[in-house]
Design a protein around this ligand. Sequence first.
Ligand SMILES: CC(C)(COP(=O)(O)OP(=O)(O)OC[C@H]1O[C@@H](n2cnc3c(N)ncnc32)[C@H](O)[C@@H]1OP(=O)(O)O)[C@@H](O)C(=O)NCCC(=O)NCCS
Length: 183
Amino acid sequence: MIPAYIHDEAVIHPLASVGLPGDHREMDSDGAPPIEIGAGTVVREFCVIKRALAGAPSARGTTIGKDCLLMTAVHVYEGCCIGDCVEINVRATLCGYVDVMDGARIGAGAIIHPGVTIGEGALVGLGAAVIEDVPPESVVVGNPARTLRRGNATPDQLEAWEHLCRRKPIPESDIAFDMMEQS
Ligand SMILES: CC(C)(COP(=O)(O)OP(=O)(O)OC[C@H]1O[C@@H](n2cnc3c(N)ncnc32)[C@H](O)[C@@H]1OP(=O)(O)O)[C@@H](O)C(=O)NCCC(=O)NCCS
């Protein structure tokens, strides 16, 4: 199976790794959907983007939307879904099955816990350890991350957000526990 579909207008810099199987002792990526990377997205050197796990509770693949920027050494683990116009700064890590909604920005060196959703237009501060969902348009900082500002989310955005949280596909325990077990 093809490990990744990369749009002609996406740019993958040399030394980035796109399409290796996800990291797991018992599950591999054979039969999991390929990675998808959209037009205008730039993936800088030493980034690592992993395929989803075939045996995971969600059948979704790892996807990155349009016009995103993944700076040097960003790691995107299995099954993460990144929207459009997302900026992820150097050495940030998205553990498995993280959702990052359109227009969100993630600061350098931040780490996002498995299964967390970063809301539309949200900003994660440099070095944050994010262990809970981040609402749209808000700013979080620190370890564990705390809300610095609520921002300007519209009622529509908040409603969409609540809906999204209700239908989260992966119970956090399913993914987080397995991943912790590996270390
Ligand atoms: C999150 C961020 C946007 C906040 O900026 P800001 O609104 O100007 O915030 P301030 O500097 O006024 O700080 C407000 C409070 O948050 C704290 N804070 C700000 N950024 C923080 C961070 N990254 N981690 C922990 N605490 C932080 C400050 O210490 C201050 O705390 P206090 O109120 O207790 O004194 C900014 O600090 C940040 O991290 N930007 C991302 C930088 C980055 O990754 N750049 C890319 C490099 S490649």
